[in-house]
Design a protein around this ligand. Structure first.
Ligand code: BGC
Length: 464
């Protein structure tokens, strides 16, 4: 199998957009990426609020676990519904509604008066997280010129990592006053910014073209600064659309089923290689490794969060230059090595600082590759007509496996020991490396339509 997606028409390069055009697109990206910020913030804000919820609502261990995990269940539901909704009502409308949902349900989480009202509000916040996790990268991919699409879509991952760190600092600042309610309510500010931004941003021209609104689609490409290329880009989109089938069955037609397999595989590997054991449990891991105090462990966890942000910025600079495949391969290899070394360190009861550096190496490897590149690839490898539904399958896989890993990590440590657990994740990283090597095509610089025709020709090419 050739891993290189061939180029398409000259209009497809998209790399000729000038400086001011880039400005428009980057503004669009910055606003839409607030969806990612809310995703990151709302998944991690709970860690700081947990202790106060337990005492204020008089929760048992099981009730607390339920209250913490309920948002992940909501995200599963949200990602299942998001594909259909965004295909039907448009990317912009759904993002706008998600902003409203985030604002409303975050406030309700903060005002909750007991386990039940809190869980309902967090379930709904979770649904918004699920929707945002799908629609944000999808919208960004459809708005971006091919030459800088990698960087723009990866702003979503940057925003996720920033959201995680901001939640950490907000929790830290409010913990002294036991003000857990404001930890949740604070999310209303980025939600309002998302709503305001989406009110002025345009709908995705690719979605408009699909719904037959040709003039508005053309206008959209012009607004995005495509200039002379707008008409040619629209024609390329329309030609691709003519070949596409609608509906869930289309996901399994020859060629595209391989794309669906690649997307779901990447989504599962992004989670079962253990990222959220580090994101959700790093203070606990550091304490297990002998870190002297909870405070020192929490501070070290914050450094890991900041490293995650910084390396994502590096990845954004590299992804349209070095390509998706190389970053994935480097990243999964680095993750495997770091986890292997973490296992060795735990086995030999090495100093906590060694484990801390190995965790940094792991997060750097994740942030350069699988972190941003998974979201990027699942937003660019599917044809326009099935993009929403195919992304639903992939994001469902993300949230399902996230739930599985987060929910079993502590039991795994009890059963296999810390060394054994990290070695298991290390072996899974080796499998992820092999998967990326064997199946992931290079999509750098290609239009979404060129990527689509690559899959179309994929099975014929293999049959030959
Ligand atoms: C993953 C999340 C993870 C985050 C950490 C995202 O790409 O999907 O599960 O918590 O990265 O940066």
């Amino acid at each position: 199998m050739t891993k290189q997606v061939p180029s398409s028409t000259p209009a497809g390069s998209g790399s000729s957009s000038g400086g001011s055009a880039r400005g428009v697109v980057i503004l669009t990206a910055a606003v839409a990426a607030l969806g990612g910020l809310l995703f990151g913030y709302d998944t991690s804000v709970i860690s700081g609020a947990m202790l106060f919820l337990r005492t204020d609502f008089h929760l048992s261990d099981a009730q607390l676990e339920f209250a913490v995990g309920i948002a992940l269940a909501g995200a599963l539901v949200g990602s299942a519904l998001a594909g259909y909704s965004t295909d039907r009502w448009g990317r912009r409308t759904v993002l706008l509604a998600t902003g409203v949902g985030f604002g409303l349900f975050s406030v309700l989480s903060g005002l909750a008066f007991g386990l039940v009202s809190f869980s309902v509000a967090r379930l709904l916040v979770g649904a918004c997280i699920g929707v945002a996790s799908l629609v944000t990268p999808l919208y960004l991919a459809e708005m971006s010129p091919a030459g800088i699409r990698g960087a723009l879509v990866s702003l979503n991952q940057l925003a996720i990592t920033v959201g995680i760190v901001v939640a950490y600092f907000v929790d830290f600042a409010l913990a002294a006053g036991r003000d857990w309610r404001w930890m949740f309510i604070t999310a209303v500010f980025p939600a309002l910014a998302l709503i305001a931004g989406m009110l002025v941003l345009p709908e995705s021209p690719r979605w408009l073209a699909r719904r037959g609104f040709r003039d508005r689609a053309l206008q959209g490409f012009h607004r995005l600064g495509r200039g002379d290329e707008a008409e040619a880009e629209l024609r390329e989109v329309e030609e691709a659309l003519q070949e596409e089938q609608e509906g869930f069955r289309a996901l399994f037609q020859p060629g595209f089923r391989v794309a669906v397999f690649v997307g779901v595989g990447l989504a599962i590997f992004q989670q079962i290689t253990g990222i959220n054991t580090i994101i959700y449990y790093s203070p606990a891991i550091l304490r297990m490794s002998g870190y002297p105090s909870a405070k020192a462990a929490i501070l070290a966890a914050a450094v890991i969060g900041v490293a995650n942000v910084l390396v994502t910025i590096v990845s954004i600079f590299l992804v349209d230059r070095l390509g998706r495949r190389l970053l994935l391969l480097l990243g999964t290899a680095g993750m495997a090595v770091s986890l292997g070394l973490m296992g060795v360190a735990f086995r030999h009861q090495s100093a906590g600082t060694i484990i801390f550096y190995e965790m940094i190496a792991y997060i750097v490897s994740f942030g350069i590759g699988l972190g941003p590149v998974m979201w990027l690839l699942i937003s660019e490898i599917y044809p326009t007509k099935i993009r929403g539904q195919a992304m639903s399958l992939a994001t469902l896989s993300v949230w399902g496996s996230n739930w599985l890993v987060a929910g079993t990590f502590l039991s795994l440590i009890r059963a296999a020991g810390a060394a054994g657990t990290f070695w298991i994740f290390g072996v899974i990283c080796v499998l992820a490396f092999a998967f990326c090597f064997a199946f992931v095509p290079e999509t750098k610089g290609k239009t979404l339509e060129a990527i689509e025709s690559y899959w179309r020709g994929f099975e014929q090419q293999r049959a030959r």
